[in-house]
Design a protein around this ligand. Structure first.
Ligand SMILES: Nc1ncnc2c1ncn2[C@@H]1O[C@H](COP(=O)(O)OP(=O)(O)OP(=O)(O)O)[C@@H](O)[C@H]1O
Ligand SMILES: [Mg+2]
Length: 269
């Protein structure tokens, strides 16, 4: 099956480990690209928790058309499912609990791993400069779909003892999907150390990450209360506390993500 990869940069924030900052970084990077770079950005939530849209102040419990409908029904268009947000230029496809049924619903589809990529073919998706995916804290069909649809992968890694293992496994997963789905261009473009607190152990772990990914490790994102508060208020850091230390930290991530990849050549896979 031939897939057409459109002109937008497609950036996946993934880590099978929970609570490593995937949603925080995906939402704020997407919002930064829209607000500060005036890009057209589509954020796709692919987690049953619905945190990406929640972080943007959308009550996902009341949304009638979600990522699940769009992924499973050809009559649901991107325009129907993408919602505008308070940030000009940023749209979001919300997800919620139904997404858990995706593997079952698509079980008979031999191309189920390419479903997301397929749904992003065409002029509606081509209208965006960036498509950002917020992944779930698990491996499985949804994560495979994200990797098949993405052109770049960002791995947020909590600076904790077990995180190094997890990060190495995520790199292997990306390589496996790239080979299985004939996507040789798919690469981990950036590793972002998150939830950083200055301790001897954290610095040891950070040094290891920098050693493993010498040219792909972003500056660490320290624990910062404004980052957590912004999410709890359903706002991006740029809306909630634009002059905070948290905003400076998240801006550095967004700039690293922006630099880390370049627009893909129009390729088929
Ligand atoms: N730098 C930070 N400082 C303080 N709190 C943070 C920071 N980064 C993330 N958090 C908080 O940590 C929690 C987990 O972050 P987040 O939701 O982004 O992780 P996740 O990887 O998306 O989680 P999940 O795996 O459940 O999807 C959230 O409450 C978030 O507000
Ligand atoms: Mg999340």
């Amino acid at each position: 099956m031939t897939l057409r990869v459109g002109p937008a940069r497609r950036i996946a924030f993934i880590n099978e480990k929970g609570g490593t900052g995937k949603t925080t970084l995906a939402v704020n990077t997407a919002a930064w690209l829209a607000a500060k770079r005036e890009k057209r950005v589509l954020l796709v939530d692919l987690d049953t928790q619905g945190h990406a849209a929640k972080s943007l102040g959308i009550d996902v419990r009341t949304v009638t058309t979600t990522a699940f409908d769009w992924l499973t029904r050809d009559d649901v268009s991107l325009q129907q499912v993408a919602q505008p947000t308070a940030t000009v230029g940023l749209s979001v496809i919300p997800a919620y609990k139904q997404l858990a049924e995706l593997p079952q619903v698509l079980s008979q589809d031999p191309h189920r791993g390419r479903r997301l990529a397929r749904r992003l073919e065409g002029p509606e998706a081509d209208a965006y400069d960036y498509i950002v995916f917020d992944g779930p804290p698990s491996l499985g069909l949804v994560t495979t779909n994200i990797l098949v649809a993405a052109t770049e992968v960002v791995i947020p890694v909590g600076v904790t003892y077990l995180s190094l293992d997890g990060c190495a496994e995520m790199v292997q997963t990306v390589e496996r999907v790239a080979s299985e789905f004939a996507r040789p261009d798919l690469k981990v473009s950036l590793v972002v150390p998150t939830l950083y607190r200055k301790t001897a152990l954290a610095d040891e772990i950070l040094a290891k990450l920098q050693e493993y990914f010498p040219d792909r490790c972003a500056a660490p994102v320290a624990l910062n209360v404004a980052i957590d508060e912004a999410q709890s208020h359903g706002k991006t850091i740029w809306e909630y506390a634009p002059w905070s230390r948290g905003a400076t930290l998240l801006q550095a991530v967004a700039e690293s993500v922006e630099r880390a990849g370049s627009a893909p050549a129009r390729k088929t896979a």
